[in-house]
Design a protein around this ligand. Structure first.
Ligand SMILES: Nc1ncnc2c1ncn2[C@@H]1O[C@H](COP(=O)(O)OP(=O)(O)OP(=O)(O)O)[C@@H](O)[C@H]1O
Ligand SMILES: [Mg+2]
Length: 532
């Protein structure tokens, strides 16, 4: 790609953005050219979403300029972007970290939502035709007449992208698009982005996955603490250099996992799931005779493509979903269909996959979110009241221990960056379980605990999980990241269509074998197993 003779499609100069107590963007310079995929990289809270929210008209910068050079023109001009509508009129559109679709409307209705069309009635049939055509052109499979609530996250994301293409976006910004995708969907998205770039669009995509930066992007810009640290040609860099630029120190990428101490002195497993059946939200069978044991000091990984019953399994073992058959035992105690509080009191804690949906109360302060599970105990509970001072000092300790980036403990938790939301949940859940049960009684259920976390924070979470394991917790780790499972788990169970396809020892497992089981390969013969 030769871009030397053309000005950038978009150039942001000296962008400054302050929030109370935070300098989120500190004189950032950022440029993207037509035809390129430009990765934006940086630690949690580095200012990536803020910068892109400015470009897409959601936030106004405190200082700085934005210049654009539309396709076919040679002279850039300075623009004033006051709203998302201004941005889209200039050909700039963004798919946000948290989707913004209306669940009760169809795909087509969402695509045209907010469009000012001079005609009185938009012909739905024409809209659907155009969606189908875009969907073919960019291999973005969606059904225009389906309702949003019926769609998987991956499909919803495709709708968001089509929405931008429908509006003629030439600069597309995607904020951590792959964080919610399966590995296969992520690869497919990579191909779609390449197709769009080949047609002359400029693509900016934010990710924490260095492999994706290397595979997908042409150039990469690294932010650290609100500043632009470097912009590099992807072909001339590597993961180690990028990680170092991001974090400001060497990153190990892999934590040492000491040998496990599984089920010593004939103790029963801490968590037992026996022939469990359960329905999903639509009333269809989600778990079909699942049996599983997790012992003290053991991490059992659950692998599988999203939507094969992992979420329902996590809910069943935390008391959030009733079972229709079978039993759930914690430390030999039958908790089948007991309320969540019984599970919490038995020492079960839960790091949910959906951060804002069920993990946090967005409008409440960070501190309150951190104490949500510890509030019944002294010193936080002061008779029937909460001790405000104890809440704050408890929160301060966790903020420090888990390196949560926030100006103070009293800001609403929704103002934290994506990765710091995840750290907040993690801090609360790990300490809550410590409160309710002695170390060797604890059960920790973690769903994608590192999704959306930067490399440094991922390393810290991995270390925390291994520490918990060393202290005797029984950990159920649900992840789509096979490398993560192989690095952390002692045993890995593979789920497919609500069943456990098999359980393998993590030391002898490999990615190909797990991949086959994830695709539903049930009866692996000994010869196949040996070959793998
Ligand atoms: N609306 C807001 N109000 C107050 N502070 C905010 C707001 N939005 C962002 N911030 C703060 O600005 C800083 C940068 O946040 P930003 O969301 O841009 O980070 P990020 O690089 O996208 O991180 P992540 O990888 O975790 O998503 C953070 O300290 C965050 O708490
Ligand atoms: Mg972000």
């Amino acid at each position: 790609m030769d871009r030397s003779d053309r000005p950038p499609a978009v150039e942001m100069r000296g962008i400054v953005k302050r929030f109370p107590g935070v300098l989120a963007n500190d004189h950032i310079h950022f440029a993207v050219h037509a035809g390129e995929i430009h990765a934006l990289l940086g630690e949690n809270g580095a200012g990536k979403s803020t910068l892109m929210n400015i470009l897409s008209g959601l936030y106004r910068p405190d200082a700085g300029e934005i210049w654009i050079c539309p396709r076919g023109q040679t002279q850039p001009r300075r623009v004033d972007i006051r709203s998302p509508r201004d941005a889209i009129n200039l050909g700039i559109g963004m798919v946000h970290q948290h989707f913004m679709l209306v669940p009760t409307l169809t795909v087509a209705e969402n695509v045209i939502l907010g469009l000012k069309d001079p005609r009185f009635l938009l012909r739905m049939r024409h809209v659907e035709e155009k969606i189908k055509q875009l969907s073919r052109q960019y291999h973005l499979q969606v059904d225009p007449s389906a309702y949003i609530w019926q769609l998987s996250v991956g499909e919803q994301q495709r709708v968001e992208i089509i929405k931008l293409l429908y509006r003629g976006a030439e600069v597309l910004i995607l904020d951590e698009p792959t964080a919610v995708l399966t590995p296969q969907e992520a690869e497919e998205l990579g191909r779609t982005l390449r197709r769009m770039a080949e047609e002359g669009k400029a693509i900016i995509f934010i990710t924490h996955k260095l492999d994706e930066v290397i595979v997908f992007s042409d150039r990469v810009t690294v932010l650290r603490a609100g500043r632009n640290i470097a912009t590099l040609d992807t072909a001339r860099t590597d993961k180690a250099e990028l990680a170092r630029l991001m974090v400001g120190r060497e990153v190990l990428f892999r934590v040492e996992k000491p040998a496990g101490v599984v089920c010593t002195n004939g103790e029963p497993p801490v968590l037992e799931v026996i022939q469990v059946e359960a329905l999903n939200d639509r009333g269809l069978p989600a778990l079909q005779g699942v049996s599983l044991e997790v012992c003290s000091g053991e991490i059992v990984g659950i692998a599988g493509v999203a939507g094969n019953g992992q979420r329902e399994l996590a809910e069943v073992v935390t008391g959030l979903r009733p079972v229709t058959r079978g039993r759930v035992l914690v430390r030999g105690q039958d908790l089948t269909n007991q309320p969540p509080l019984r599970f919490i009191e038995a020492g079960v804690s839960h790091i949910p996959g959906d951060r804002l949906g069920m993990g946090l109360a967005g409008n409440l302060p960070v501190s309150d979110n951190l104490v949500m599970k510890a509030y019944r105990r002294e010193p936080i509970a002061n008779g029937p009241f909460l001790s405000r001072r104890a809440v704050l000092s408890f929160a301060q300790k966790l903020i420090q221990a888990f390196q949560i980036v926030t100006p103070t403990a009293s800001v609403p938790v929704r103002t934290l960056s994506g990765g710091n939301l995840q750290k907040t949940i993690l801090a609360r859940e790990i300490t809550a379980s410590r409160d309710f049960a002695s170390d060797h009684r604890r059960v920790l259920v973690a769903i994608h605990p590192t999704r959306g976390l930067d490399v440094g924070a991922t390393e810290a979470v991995h270390r925390t999980l291994l520490e918990q394991r060393a202290q005797g917790a029984a950990i159920l780790l649900i992840s789509e990241d096979l490398e993560e499972l192989l690095a952390l788990a002692d045993r890995i169970a593979v789920m497919y269509e609500g069943c456990i396809m098999g359980v393998v020892d993590a030391t002898s497992a490999n990615i190909e074998q797990l991949g086959l089981m994830m695709a539903g390969e049930t009866h692996m013969t000994k010869e196949t197993a040996d070959r793998l």
